[in-house]
Design a protein around this ligand. Structure first.
Ligand SMILES: NC(=O)c1ccc[n+]([C@@H]2O[C@H](COP(=O)([O-])OP(=O)(O)OC[C@H]3O[C@@H](n4cnc5c(N)ncnc54)[C@H](OP(=O)(O)O)[C@@H]3O)[C@@H](O)[C@H]2O)c1
Length: 248
């Protein structure tokens, strides 16, 4: 059974946490705090498109933190065991149902599937916070991966997902790091890039809920700085090490 709301994040602790996450911003430049943030102790409704290794591992951590999770697959009957592990606030269905369910959506599919996911489900995710953790790699995804790396994933994914509040995050940790989080004594840092301040803040909360430290890097254009092939990709760096490596 999922531990219900076992990680009650007070508004104070959340804001302190995101203060650290947004260390790249000068004092006084913290984005406005909206109702979603004021209710930071409330569970979120999260849809997961792609409930494989990384989507499954992250979704389990979020369920443990008390969030309501809709895992999805094109074969949802194969998710019975995952849903049972996630507990009473988890369910499974098809990807379109996950897109409808979530206030926040995690997309964790092979990058080559992202154009189709965008075509089929963007209309269901308009204005929603969408976290994309996919990594283009030509050996798996074909030539489109090289185009995405050349553009940078923040820009490339935004082209595939029009109208959503896109965040690039959870892309440069492995699913085994997620399963083993939090690392002691020092947590691993997870970079966040987004053009939408509130989407970045909500993602920072979700990074903390998985047992990692959020590091806000900047807008989507800067997501390329932690893409596959960079010096910070899946290195298990702490937040401080990430900030130094990224010049934040
Ligand atoms: N593995 C990691 O440690 C890790 C870490 C960070 C980021 N990533 C990135 O995250 C993405 C997923 O990696 P993964 O290792 O979790 O892959 P995976 O284990 O193969 O899971 C991917 C899931 O995506 C679903 N999927 C595939 N095509 C789809 C489509 N067209 N529509 C809807 N769902 C679709 C599949 O579900 P069904 O076939 O059941 O529908 C599958 O369960 C990749 O881009 C990867 O580079 C992976």
């Amino acid at each position: 059974m999922a531990k219900s709301y076992n990680k009650q994040i007070t508004r104070k602790s959340f804001l302190q946490g995101t203060g650290a996450a947004f260390a790249g911003l000068a004092a006084g430049q913290l984005p406005a705090v909206s109702q979603v943030i004021l209710n930071a102790q409330d569970p979120l409704r999260i849809g997961i498109i792609g409930s494989g290794r990384i989507g499954g591992a992250v979704g389990l951590k979020w369920a443990e933190a008390g969030h309501h999770i809709f895992f999805s697959s094109r074969h949802p009957e194969e998710l019975t065991e995952l849903v049972a592990s996630a507990g009473e606030h988890a369910q499974a269905g098809l990807p379109d149902a996950a897109a409808r369910f979530g206030d926040v959506i995690l997309i964790a599919v092979p990058y080559a599937a992202l154009p189709q996911v965008g075509r089929d489900y963007s209309s269901l995710m308009q204005g929603k916070i969408v976290i994309d953790c996919g990594n283009p790699r030509a050996d798996r995804d074909g030539p489109m991966a090289d185009d995405a790396i050349a553009l940078g994933t923040g820009v490339a994914s935004a082209n595939f997902l029009p109208g959503v509040r896109l965040v690039r995050s959870f892309s440069c940790v492995s699913y085994t790091m997620v399963q083993q989080a939090p690392r002691s004594p020092e947590r691993i840092g997870i970079p966040i890039a987004a053009d939408d301040d509130e989407a970045a803040r909500v993602t920072a909360r979700l990074v903390e809920d998985t047992g990692f430290d959020p590091v806000f890097v900047g807008g989507l254009e800067r997501a390329r700085e932690f893409d596959r092939g960079t010096s910070v990709y899946v290195r298990g760096m702490s937040a401080a090490q990430l900030r130094e490596a990224l010049g934040l």
